[in-house]
Design a protein around this ligand. Structure first.
Ligand SMILES: Nc1ncnc2c1ncn2[C@@H]1O[C@H](COP(=O)(O)OP(=O)(O)OP(=O)(O)O)[C@@H](O)[C@H]1O
Ligand SMILES: [Mg+2]
Length: 543
């Protein structure tokens, strides 16, 4: 992730580096001019005093200009980087293979896209500049001290080397602890999401106290991890400051000694001392920026784990389906549980196939395979005499209308839920709503503008299913997959839905319907029972 962004923003990063160096250089220049001005003031050398004062003012103005430019650059880069990285991660989520999605909890993914992504901006925005500025400042100070006094410079090197060791030792641990903290933080958020989804169940099982105390222990655990990370960071910081202050005192005493020996002028002493004092600040800043870069890297590592997961192709391939789909000797398992074993099925174009079978036997899994959500471990999927691979298989989605067992409802109007990203005439929407047995909605005051809440919270299970049915009918696809389309509705609504499915059959659509109910079986050309991972044809249209 970081490599990708560095590549994309190389120019801007270069500019930040250059500006960081320039600002530090200017700071040192100011201090050096300040020292000289004091000396010229002491000697009463008015000509040089004036000349240096002028240069001093020019330097201050340049510094102001550069700082303003940097401020603007940051606002710009923040906007660009947040946009690019959030888009990148969101697209990754959208195109992720459904099997990869199963590895993460919902709340954890939300956390990655919201909180962890901030690590990237913090990294580019502040931590990196601070590091460049402070490191270059230390380097320039070193050069400046070298020019003024050799003893001071040796002293300076020892001090910096010592601090590098302290920084490396502590910040490495900071990253490790923050990574643990970020993971726990995400799990805590995932738990909150889980509780929101299950609130009704939790309340109805009188389990509020249990879930409350579980949250308490998760929260404690999470915060303790963060606390540990902070403590390690603080310990390194205190040690750094201690070393810095020790060296400031030593340099002060050494400076006084040099003045009495006439090795150093008062102006130079004040400049060197100013450099030492300001360096004490810079060095603790370097520690802080490395510690925060390390903490940000922990967040970026979590993003990297997510973007490592495999994606589907973005552009679904075109697919030809004019004769039949054959599943030949299909084997599929979830983890180590075999679901489909040497399964065979042929569905001809225009055919209506019903699949029944006990619960948990793999009926929905079979439909998922036809949608390309999963691919068999062995066996062939053949469309119109040609074997299709995993990527080609995704092309089927272009021609499939799929009614899942647990339909998804968008937080929006009835119209938006039916159109689902496309645009249709009102008359067309009304027609599919009627065909889906949803006439009642049209009689409501807001009609097509009735607001449906997130996840269909304000709908019945059967209504959710029928809204999804309208959504796929309007798209007019070649193949329809129905997973228990009438399991949640009364007999009257079942009749309306089956009538619609019968019309689809008459229009020559290919239909695969999974059901436990008797009524849909009567419409089918073929009925199969899924048992022990295989399909067995049931003759005579009876179960
Ligand atoms: N993502 C998954 N990971 C692991 N196992 C899974 C997963 N999804 C489903 N299963 C298991 O696979 C088996 C088949 O599930 P599937 O949903 O296909 O059954 P089904 O025949 O549609 O059942 P139902 O009639 O209850 O809808 C079940 O035992 C289920 O527990
Ligand atoms: Mg099912």
């Amino acid at each position: 992730m970081i490599k990708l962004l560095v590549k994309r923003y190389l120019l801007i990063i270069g500019m930040i580096t250059l500006l960081g160096w320039s600002l530090s250089f200017i700071d040192i220049l100011m201090i050096s001019k300040g020292g000289k001005i004091i000396d010229y003031f002491g000697n009463n050398n008015l000509y040089e005093l004036k000349r240096n004062l002028k240069i001093f003012v020019i330097i201050v103005v340049i510094s102001l200009f550069l700082q303003t430019f940097l401020g603007w650059l940051f606002s710009y880069i923040r906007k660009k980087i947040i946009f690019d990285s959030e888009m990148f991660i969101f697209n990754h989520l959208i195109y992720l293979k459904p099997t990869a999605l199963l590895k993460f909890k919902t709340g954890d993914i939300v956390n990655r896209i919201s909180k962890d992504i901030q690590s990237i901006t913090l990294f580019f925005n502040k931590s990196y500049l601070d590091l460049v500025k402070n490191c270059s400042y230390i380097l320039f100070s070193f050069v400046y001290i070298c020019v003024l006094n050799k003893t001071f410079s040796t002293f300076f090197i020892i001090y910096v080397i010592f601090l590098i060791f302290v920084t490396i030792f502590f910040t490495k641990r900071v990253q490790k602890f923050y990574y643990g903290y970020y993971n726990k933080y995400a799990q805590k958020n995932a738990y909150i999401t889980e509780v929101i989804y299950g609130l009704i169940t939790i309340k109805s099982n009188l389990a509020c106290k249990f879930f409350g105390s579980r949250f308490k222990s998760i929260l404690k655990d999470t915060l303790n991890e963060g606390y540990r990370a902070d403590l390690v960071s603080l310990l390194g910081m205190v040690l750094t400051l201690f070393v810095v202050l020790l060296f400031v005192i030593l340099s002060f005493l050494m400076g006084l000694h040099f003045i009495t020996k006439n090795i150093l002028t008062l102006g130079s002493f004040i400049s060197i001392f100013a450099v030492y004092i300001s360096n004490s600040n810079k060095i603790s800043n370097v520690y802080n920026s490395i510690a925060s870069i390390r903490a940000n890297l922990a967040g970026i590592k979590r993003l990297d784990e997510f973007i490592k997961e495999e994606r589907e192709v973005e552009q679904l391939p075109e697919i030809r389906f004019s004769k039949k789909i054959i599943l030949r000797n299909i084997n599929f398992r979830y983890d180590n549980v075999e679901i489909l074993k040497d399964l065979n099925l042929t569905v001809r174009k225009g055919e209506f196939v019903c699949i029944t079978g006990k619960t948990g036997v793999g009926k929905s899994t079979l439909l998922s395979m036809l949608l390309g959500f999963i691919y068999p471990f062995s066996g062939d999927i053949i469309i119109d005499d040609e074997r299709v691979d995993e990527d080609e298989m995704l092309g089927l989605r272009r021609i499939i209308g799929y009614l899942p067992q647990h339909p998804f409802i968008l937080d929006g109007t009835l119209r938006e839920n039916v159109e689902f990203g496309e645009k249709y005439e009102d008359s067309k929407i009304i027609e599919v709503l009627k065909r889906s047995g949803l006439e009642d909605f049209l009689n409501r005051q807001e009609g097509l503008n009735t607001v449906l809440k997130e996840g269909g919270k304000n709908l019945s299970g059967g209504e959710r299913q029928r809204i999804h049915l309208a959504r796929i009918l309007i798209k007019n696809r070649e193949i329809y997959l129905f997973d228990e389309p009438t399991s949640n509705v009364d007999r009257k609504t079942e009749r309306i839905i089956l009538e619609t499915i019968r019309e689809l059959k008459e229009k020559g659509k290919t239909i695969i319907l999974v059901t436990h109910r008797e009524a849909p079986l009567k419409l089918a050309d073929k009925i199969y029972e899924l048992k022990d991972g295989k399909l067995k044809e049931i003759k005579g249209g009876e179960k």
